[in-house]
Design a protein around this ligand. Structure first.
Ligand code: HEM
Length: 413
């Protein structure tokens, strides 16, 4: 077991290359690891992460003013509390539940079919870069009601904004670039918002424009921030989850075979993928007052990072946590996408992911489409698997080979 004593750093290249090898030693030897370079604490045990995310009096989202607001161009849901948070969360949820969800599932199928079609005759696709990334952005643009023809431009701005939020240390020139992206996206969004105020439709932007909070409509700045909030939150983890799902199923062919025979097992596989390799690895909070964890004192005002990957592999929460097992009894598929989830991939407490049920529908729909199309799916010869990211983490690419499908044989219509 590697050591995590003095000299160990979660900011090291060693940790970035293979964080999962350090999770057990961190939980056992340094459950509250202090990182002097960024004056922050990293908690890794399931019960401690749960405490930080559910004790809203003691741990706040105050630091998002610095970590997120500059690129979100205004306050995001995670910064809000009380009646304002409940009301605005409800408006956002309306954008992807009920009839809106049914329409979006149709759009998900169309987007997935269009994106995969050119790769089918070739028998090879990079599931992250050829498919997952554009897919995740296109689906999010559909939810918001933004024009999908601009997706490459929006994706580029989105990636600058995401870099800002998910960087632990950001060099000044990158910071400038990220802020430029945010300003350009804002300039792109404001005329759309103004148009939707005059001509509202069924999309989420229209719902945000017409909703009132305390009898007052939201300002352009408030609407812009919530649009960017959903854009980043919905697109960043989706392609990673899809790629991890395929990786784990390729690595566990017997579980892949069962899912191919019985696609109703897919939600269990998605839930287990989220537990085993959560795409959001860190959730930050600020200690409102001094707090003690396992004998370590975290001072008032300190930044605390919840280590979701480590918490989801805690043997006190899951039996044989390092095993990928779609049948595990201690997860529970139905509750895995609700507030009662035992895994912490969607966070927990007040700010738990508002899009969890949508994410399940999205990944299930696309995986159920892809599995029959990608017959004999396997890693491409010579493919070198690598993951990147400390804050959000996923496969850098996933080059897959499968039996080529010739025109007319896709069933995609
Ligand atoms: C597998 C996919 C996803 C994962 C793993 C994920 C993960 C998370 C996590 C960990 C949080 C909590 C952040 C915190 O406590 O500070 C969160 C919040 C949020 N997520 Fe997701 N998410 C996913 C998909 C989505 C989708 C598809 C949407 C929208 C359609 C979405 C919208 C949001 C929003 C708006 C919040 C902020 C909620 C609040 O602060 O009240 N997410 N997500």
């Amino acid at each position: 077991m590697p050591l995590v004593g003095s000299g160990f750093s979660v900011l090291s290249e060693d940790f970035a290359a293979a964080p999962y090898r350090y999770f057990a030693p961190l939980r056992e030897q340094a459950p509250v690891h202090y990182e002097p370079a960024i004056d922050s604490y990293f908690v890794s045990r399931h019960q401690d992460v749960k405490r930080v995310l559910t004790d809203h009096e003691a741990f706040t989202t105050e630091m998002l003013q610095v970590r997120a607001e500059p690129v979100m161009r205004g306050p995001v849901l995670a910064q809000m509390t009380g009646a304002e948070h409940t009301a605005k969360r409800k408006i956002v949820v309306r954008g992807f539940t009920g009839q809106a969800l049914q329409d979006q599932i149709r759009a998900i199928r169309t987007n997935a079919a269009d994106l995969i079609a050119p790769f089918l005759p070739r028998g090879r696709v990079d599931l992250v870069n050829d498919f997952g990334k554009p897919f995740a952005v296109l689906v999010t643009l559909d939810i918001l009601g933004l024009d999908t023809k601009d997706w490459q431009q929006v994706a580029a701005w989105n990636s600058g904004i995401t870099e800002f939020i998910t960087s632990i240390v950001l060099p000044p020139e990158r910071r400038r670039h990220c802020l430029d992206c945010a300003e350009q996206l804002e300039a792109y969004l404001v005329p759309v918002i103004e148009h939707r105020r005059r001509h509202p439709g069924d999309d989420l932007i229209s719902k945000l424009c017409t909703a009132e909070f305390d009898g007052i409509a939201m300002s352009n700045r408030d609407v812009t921030a919530l649009i960017i909030n959903v854009l980043v939150a919905a697109s960043e983890p989706a392609d990673k989850t899809l790629a991890y799902l395929f990786k784990h199923l390729i690595d566990h062919p017997e579980q892949m075979a069962r899912i191919r025979r019985d696609p109703s097992l897919l939600p269990a596989a998605i839930a287990e993928t989220l537990r085993y390799t959560p795409p959001v690895q860190l959730i930050p909070r600020q200690a409102e007052r001094e707090a003690v964890f396992a004998g370590t004192t975290v001072p008032a005002g300190a930044t605390v990072f919840c280590m979701i990957g480590a918490a989801n592999r805690d043997p006190d929460a899951f039996t044989a946590p390092d095993t990928f097992d779609i049948d595990r009894a201690d997860l529970g598929t139905a509750r895995s996408f609700t507030a009662a989830a035992q895994h912490l991939a969607f966070g927990t407490g007040l700010h738990q992911c508002v899009g969890a049920a949508f994410a399940r529908a999205e990944i299930e729909t696309v995986a159920a489409m892809l599995l029959p199309l990608l017959d004999q799916v396997r890693y491409s010869p010579g493919f070198d698997y690598r993951e990147t990211g400390l804050y959000t983490r996923g496969p850098a690419s996933l080059s897959l080979d499968f039996t080529p499908v010739h025109e007319g044989g896709t069933g995609l219509g």
